[in-house]
Structure formats: C-alpha cells, structure tokens
Design a protein around this ligand. Structure first.
Ligand code: C5P
Length: 289
C-alpha cells in the first residue's frame, strides 16, 4: 500500500494571450503550490481500477472522475493487463474552486501508480499523459513554483520564494471554467505581467509580490459573480497585501504579511457559509507520506 499527498495551487499571474483554433486559450501563467492537501492511497489488486471516495460525500467515483481517467490511462499505456489498483481518496481541496484539486488528484494518480508498480516511465511520457488529462495536471507532477505556457501544460520550473502566508476564501457555489472562458470578458495581455512578476520573484517581499498579482480571467469571473468583487474589496480593507481570483475561480486568495495577520483576516470571514483556509506556499508537488 502507498499513500501520497498532493497540494492545491494558486496563480499569482494568469495571462490570457489569445484564443487558439482548437478552442483553448493560449496562456502564460505562474503556478504556486499551496500547503492544502488531498490524500490518496493505492493498493495493488488483480485487474481493473476501483475508486473509493472517503470524502466528500457525493463526489462521483465513476469514469467521470479524473482519478479514474488517469488510472485507466496509466494502466492502458504502461501496465500489464493483469495489474489493477484500488484507490482511496480523502479530499481537503475544495471542488470546482480554481485551486486545481481535480488536476492535482490526477497527477497524484499518475505518480502513485508509477511508484506503486515501480515501473520505469520517462518524465516525457509522464508529462504526455498528464497533458491528455487536463491543462493543469502537468504542474502538479513536480509542483513548487512554475511558469505554464501553451494551454498551461508546458512547464518551466521557477525558484521558490520565501514561503508566503495565503488566505483562501471560497464561496459555496462553484464556477464553471468553460463558462468563465466563454463569457468574452477575459482581459487579454501580452506576457508582460509574467515578466514583471519574474523581476521580483523569488527574492521579493510578500508586499512586492502582492503588488504584481494579475489574472486576466478576473473581469470575467466578476462579471458572472459580482459578489466576488465585493469580497476582494473587503479582504483588502481587512489588511490583505493583495487579493486575486485563483485560476478561473471562484476562490479568492489573499496574501498576508505574516501568520498572525493571515489568521486575523481569515477570522473576519468565518461563519458566512464560506470555506476559509489559511495556508503557506510550498515548494513540492505530489509526495509519498
Ligand atoms: O484542460 P482542461 O480540461 O482543464 O480545461 C477545461 C476547460 O477550460 C476547457 O474545456 C476550456 O473551455 C477552458 N480552457 C481554455 N484554455 C486553456 C485551459 C482551459 O479555454 N488554456
């Protein structure tokens, strides 16, 4: 039996560069892993893939789950037909949040099966399978901090910054990624925001990094869900150094100067039906525990 943990992510910068002929958007985005983890266990069995969801209740454990898709893909491309696996999922990363939870679980499944069966698979092959599963999956294979280009699946590692204190605030209602992209309200930029962040990363203070946050999907998400803009203003008024939509939302992340400040800000948002998490950025991806 093998247990792994796999982190959530935020995007300090997400630039939409243009629309592609294949319907996807060309992106330049920075991924940063955050210490909020899903846990997956893997056990060998004969033939087939079984997923058991320990939490949350109601999450589909069938072929629509990206974990099952990842396990079947790995099995088809790498394993012998007699090899099967029992997977158990314990989720902490909120669903449909813009925190990459589903993608992180998919990457954890690819790594988990690679480690469980001790089969030699090249990193190029791991990345090729990850890209088939979704645009964010590649990042989580190694995690930490990285630049994503193309659909987001082409990964260039960046050095880690000093750990940053982050407050994640997620409204109960999710937001559909395709709806955000389709709204026609994304702000297109030319890659300059990534370059500006790169100048202050990794040595920059939390305040200087906060001054370079940018997400071209924010106007689209704020158009679809105006209450998110009000929430951002409230987080700033409570003392956050900077606040940004995470990925395609609806989670907002706020940067705080230190832990005490982060917990003070988070406390202001408790008891409102929101999911509020205080976490540190981390320099890892999928890991054995
Ligand atoms: O790749 P993934 O399955 O995560 O993408 C989900 C949806 O998000 C896509 O179907 C597309 O509508 C949108 N998307 C996009 N451009 C990207 C990534 C995602 O338009 N680079």
């Amino acid at each position: 039996m093998l247990t792994v943990q796999t982190p959530a992510k935020i995007n300090p910068v997400l630039e939409v560069l243009g629309k592609r002929p294949d319907g996807y958007h060309e992106l330049a985005l920075v991924f940063q892993a955050v210490g909020l983890y899903d846990r997956l266990t893997f056990e060998k069995k004969t033939g087939g893939v079984d997923l058991r969801v320990e939490s949350p209740a109601g999450l589909a454990a069938d072929d629509s789950n990206l974990i099952v898709k990842a396990a079947k893909l790995f099995s088809r491309e790498i394993l012998k037909s007699s090899d099967g696996v029992q997977i158990t999922l314990h989720k902490k990363i909120p669903l449909a949040a813009g925190l990459g939870g589903g993608s992180s679980d998919a990457a954890a499944t690819l790594r988990g099966l690679q480690w469980l069966f001790e089969v030699p698979v090249s990193e190029q092959k791991m990345h090729q399978m990850a890209a088939q599963l979704g645009s964010d999956v590649n990042f989580f294979l190694n995690g930490g901090t990285a630049l994503g280009t193309g659909r987001g699946e082409m990964i260039t590692p960046w050095k880690a910054s000093a750990p940053l204190w982050v407050i994640l605030v997620k409204p109960s209602e999710g937001l559909s990624t395709p709806a955000v992209y389709r709204s026609g309200r994304a702000l297109m930029t030319i890659g300059d925001r990534v370059r500006e962040l790169q100048k202050v990363w990794p040595e920059g203070s939390p305040a200087s990094i906060a001054g370079h946050l940018f997400n071209g999907l924010e106007p689209a998400a704020f158009y679809l869900r105006p209450e998110l803009k009000l929430m951002k203003e409230r987080l700033m008024a409570e003392g956050a150094l900077g606040v940004l939509l995470s990925g395609s939302g609806p989670t907002l992340f706020a940067l705080a100067a230190h832990e005490k400040e982060a917990r003070k800000i988070a406390a202001k948002f408790e008891g409102e039906g929101l999911e509020v998490v205080v976490a540190l950025t981390v320099s890892t991806g999928v890991q054995k525990v």
